[in-house]
Design a protein around this ligand. Structure first.
Ligand code: UDX
Length: 444
């Protein structure tokens, strides 16, 4: 059944959600007050890099299933469901999430909210936010408004696919009617066998931060093992492989390296700690502070390794391969790669950054850092190359050819992504986090 819905906020989450529901056959109106963003989307251009999203956007604009507006009007008030997708960034004054945009979104929606419409939040929020939002909305309208929570688990780089075919759909509801409506919204997905879980609203809010905390913990766990492996003469990559074969543990999110970043994991674990402390149960997630500390230590470890090889870094030419927080995105928010680049820069090194997609963002946010558009010129004269994001282009790069451009064949594999023996065979010295590669004999 085709439903008319509005998607409020067209950032990463909102733009992908709007396109996905339009592609699944619903009639979607995307709303965002940012005119530049809106005009770009309406013209079929996604304002960030996300594989497949632009083609899908063009398709749903052509089918008439997705349209855009800068504000609510008589037409958007006909929507049966309003999905809140605005950002909840880290607060400027603390570690918690700033939920202002959600309250602002409700203020804009309230005058056009129909009595029979459901407001469903998708943004990541501190547990308890939905209840505050419901209270706020009730003070703005003269009927009891309906609010549900419906967390989103999409990953950058595979966002569209994750939205069209997620592992699960979670809906937090208070009323059977809201459940029925959300079940209709997700019917094209649940018809393909995707499970839908119905929970209470606080659980729905918690599921998202709990899932992200678990993922962050898994990454920091293996990175903590990497710290131990480094001093014990062990190999964190082999260790990960061995423990990951235990089905109870699993091998996903168990890759050691310079750790996690992006717009979600770091912000979400900090926000979770802040909320738990507010609720008087800070101890329960105190370990997340250690998860973050491990994560940050791995970044600094790269600089230490470079110093162990080169001594003082002042004036040394360092090439950073990858700026995005992970491959297949141009997002550099809280990127471990950029943190490493900045630390080299602060140590006095001459830093050059390469990335297949994120350089425009790098130039905007870090105008002081040098960038290079192509790989060969990026490594030209490098005394050390550091792999910080495991783009395919780097994993498949030819070490023999790159070796001709550098001054010193020394690479730090910050993602444990390289075919070490191929690089060693091309006479590169490979240093990697959590590994003792000098012990691996070169093949030549
Ligand atoms: C994450 C969650 O995965 C997603 O479900 C949620 O909706 C939003 O937050 P995303 O931010 O796109 O998604 O990134 P993710 O794929 O989780 O990767 C996060 C970071 O962890 C990246 O910097 C990545 O390089 C790093 N990572 C991941 C590791 O260091 N090791 C791993 O084994 C896996």
């Amino acid at each position: 059944m085709k439903l008319k819905i509005s998607v409020i906020g067209l950032g990463y989450l909102g733009a992908t959600t709007a396109v996905a529901f339009a592609k699944l056959g619903h009639e979607v109106i995307g709303i965002d007050s940012d005119l530049t963003k809106l005009e770009s989307l309406a013209a079929g251009r996604v304002p960030f890099y996300e594989p497949g999203l632009e083609d899908a956007l063009l398709e749903v604009i052509a089918s008439g299933n997705l349209r855009f507006k800068t504000q609510h009007d008589e037409e958007t008030s006909e929507a049966l469901i309003h999905l809140l997708c605005v950002g909840t960034p880290q607060s400027k004054t603390g570690l918690g999430a700033d939920t202002t945009y959600l309250f602002n979104a409700l203020d804009a929606l309230a005058p056009f909210l129909n009595e029979d419409a459901l407001v469903a939040g998708k943004s990541t929020v501190p547990v308890g936010t939905a209840a505050e939002l419901a209270k706020h909305l009730a003070s703005k309208v003269d009927f009891p408004p309906h609010l549900a929570w419906n967390p989103e688990f999409l990953r950058e780089g595979t966002a569209l696919q994750d939205s069209l075919l997620p592992d699960r759909v979670v809906i937090g509801v208070k009323e059977a009617w809201a459940e029925k409506l959300l079940r209709l919204l997700y019917e094209p997905i649940t018809n393909q066998g995707v499970p839908l879980l119905v929970v209470d609203i606080p659980t729905a809010e918690l599921v998202k931060v709990a899932a992200n905390s678990f993922l962050a913990t898994k990454i920091s766990f293996i990175n903590a093992m990497a710290e131990i492996a480094e001093v014990a003469g062990a190999d964190a990559v082999k260790l990960s492989e061995a423990i990951g074969m235990d089905e109870r543990i699993g091998n996903k999110f168990l890759k050691s390296g310079i750790g996690f970043g992006g717009g979600c994991l770091p912000k979400d674990i900090r926000g979770f700690v802040a909320r738990a402390e507010e609720l008087g149960v800070g101890q329960a997630v105190g370990f997340l502070k250690e998860v973050e500390a491990i994560n940050l230590r791995r970044r600094s470890r790269v600089i230490e390794l470079a110093q162990e090889e080169l001594g003082d870094l002042t004036g040394r030419r360092v090439t950073i391969l990858g700026a995005a927080f992970k491959p297949e995105t141009d997002d550099i928010r809280d990127s471990p790669a950029m943190a490493v680049a900045e630390q080299f820069w602060m140590a006095g090194a001459k830093v050059v950054i390469h990335d297949p997609k994120a350089l425009e963002n790098v130039r905007r946010v870090y105008p002081q850092l040098e960038t290079a558009n192509d790989l060969d010129s990026a490594v030209q004269g490098a005394e050390i190359v550091v792999l910080t994001t495991e783009w395919k282009q780097y994993r498949e790069a030819d070490p023999i050819s790159l070796g001709r451009h550098v001054t010193n064949r020394l690479i730090i594999d910050g993602r444990n992504a390289l075919d070490v023996s191929a690089w060693q065979a091309a006479n590169w010295q490979v240093v990697a986090l959590g590994r003792n590669l000098d012990r691996i004999p070169a093949l030549v």
